[in-house]
Design a protein around this ligand. Structure first.
Ligand code: HEM
Length: 454
């Protein structure tokens, strides 16, 4: 049986030095560099633990579709679980719990419900357009996160965030969410045990966590008072739907809201900022996108049918998902020894399925690192691209919000393009970097000029 190739090990410290070779210590960059040396599967020894890095789509398919039970998230969830919030949310459960939650949430994410959220996206975009009118030059990652956060809180719980009211306004929930994310990243970097050290940041975090829960309780209460019949909001399904044979408890509802908002807002915000960035370098494409949607009249008429008919818009989204996947790695832990394609995956090994690498592999040709949506119109790519394209994951644990993210992004980007001309502020170095999502390390500054729309 062929062994999974392994770089030469440094005595005692194992492969740690290999991981610091990426730009600024970025793990994904290190993986990509090792890929160039060792190919589509290799193994590292990190403090006595085996890490298998795989960018072979066929192996990934066999693992995450045919053998899902042997490739759970497992102990990769420890850092998230140590936060004491979200533990019973869809992104963090497995087995029968996950099945029950998926059943509960799936109806909301079907195309019909996604269709009805168009009004909510448009309302958020009305606010975003005013925000841009006041702040004509701005850092777009922050802006896109605000836009996406406003939409996520609105459609998940009818909560109206004030993030877009004023550049200085940071919604209390937005602030709390950022604290939880930064604690999570700390625990991934250092250790879940770091929470037991009585540092000021840990003590403050406990306090914020309790504020966070209180805030969500208030949101749930307000929803029950004012909007309890609104089926277009996830909270309605969480309160009224069945979880197995029972209803969800209040804490479980909070966990669910937290994970859905967490999974949906930074991912969409980061993708929107990459879209604005790449399009600002393709003014010809912007013109064509505007012309394509113009035949359907005023933006208030847009719906999912119209959006799906806009081919150029669809391939532009595909290309941004390909070139800038915001979750370029799917992480799992092997539950028991298994052989796949003659390679042995041993129990307890961490596996990093490097989908970002698959998005630029030899299938995509020599210009794979370029933003060129037109590639999806070329015969070969249309036929085979799905075998090398996993921006929303793969198998049963694929992103539940994929359809929603696509319509959301389509409306967001087209509303901005219809109402504004965009321009990159010159002299910036744009460096992709992995935080919770893959974003630009120092943000991106852009100028927006209002268009006169006849
Ligand atoms: C461009 C936007 C998005 C991208 C690229 C994206 C990508 C992904 C990926 C790759 C996964 C799988 C992770 C894994 O297998 O480890 C995932 C899972 C998930 N996503 Fe998304 N996502 C996006 C937007 C959204 C939105 C808008 C929502 C909710 C409204 C959402 C909710 C979720 C949830 C709940 C899961 C966990 C599913 C499960 O474990 O069953 N995502 N997403």
């Amino acid at each position: 049986m062929p062994l999974i190739p392994e770089p030469k090990t440094y005595p005692i410290i194992g492969h740690i030095p290999y991981l610091s070779k990426g730009f600024g210590g970025c793990l994904i960059d290190s993986f990509d560099k090792l890929h160039a040396q060792f190919g589509s599967i290799f193994s590292l020894n990190i403090v006595g633990r085996k890490w298998i890095v795989c960018s072979d789509p066929l192996i990934m398919k066999k693992a995450l579709i045919e053998n899902l039970a042997i490739f759970p998230k497992g102990s990769t969830l420890e850092a998230a679980h140590s936060l004491e919030i979200g533990k019973s949310g869809l992104t963090e459960t497995e087995g029968p719990d996950w099945i029950n939650q998926h059943k509960l949430l799936k109806p909301f994410f079907m195309q019909k419900s996604v269709h009805s959220t168009f009004i909510q996206i448009q309302q958020v975009m009305d606010k975003s357009i005013i925000y841009l009118n006041i702040n004509k030059e701005l850092e777009i990652l922050d802006f896109c996160n605000r836009v996406s956060f406003c939409f996520m809180t609105k459609m998940s719980s009818s909560y109206e965030s004030n993030c877009l009211n004023n550049i200085k306004n940071i919604d209390p929930l937005f602030k709390l969410q950022s604290h939880v994310v930064s604690q999570f990243l700390n625990r991934v970097k250092y250790s879940k045990y770091s929470k037991y050290i009585p540092t000021i940041s840990n003590i403050l975090f406990e306090k914020r966590l309790s504020e966070y829960r209180k805030f969500f309780k208030k949101i749930i209460h307000n929803f029950e008072q004012n909007n309890s019949h609104s089926e277009d909001v996830i909270l309605y399904h969480l309160i009224n739907g069945k979880y197995g044979e029972r209803k969800l408890t209040e804490n479980e509802i909070i966990d669910q809201l937290y994970t859905v908002i967490g999974a949906g807002y930074e991912s969409t915000g980061a993708t929107l900022h990459w879209l604005l960035y790449e399009l600002s370098k393709r003014q010809d494409l912007i013109k064509e996108l505007r012309n394509e949607i113009a035949i359907y009249g005023h933006y208030s008429n847009w719906n999912s049918e119209i959006i799906s008919k806009c081919e150029l818009l669809q391939i532009t989204l595909l290309e941004i998902f390909r070139l800038h996947p915001v979750f370029p790695v799917l992480v799992r832990e092997v539950a028991s020894d298994i052989e796949i394609n003659n390679f042995m995956f041993t129990e307890k090994a961490f596996v990093f399925f490097n989908t970002g690498q698959m998005h630029t592999d030899s299938f995509w040709g020599e210009d794979a690192k370029l933003f060129r949506p037109e590639r999806f119109l070329e015969k070969n790519n249309i036929e085979g691209y799905k075998e090398h394209f996993f921006p929303f994951g793969i198998g049963p644990r694929k992103c539940i919000g994929e359809k929603m993210a696509k319509s959301e992004l389509a409306v967001m980007i087209m509303r901005i393009l219809i109402e504004y001309d965009l321009e990159l502020i010159p002299g910036q170095k744009i460096i992709p970097f992995q935080s919770l999502t893959r974003v630009s390390k120092n943000g991106i500054k852009m100028k927006f000029t209002k268009r006169s729309i006849s």
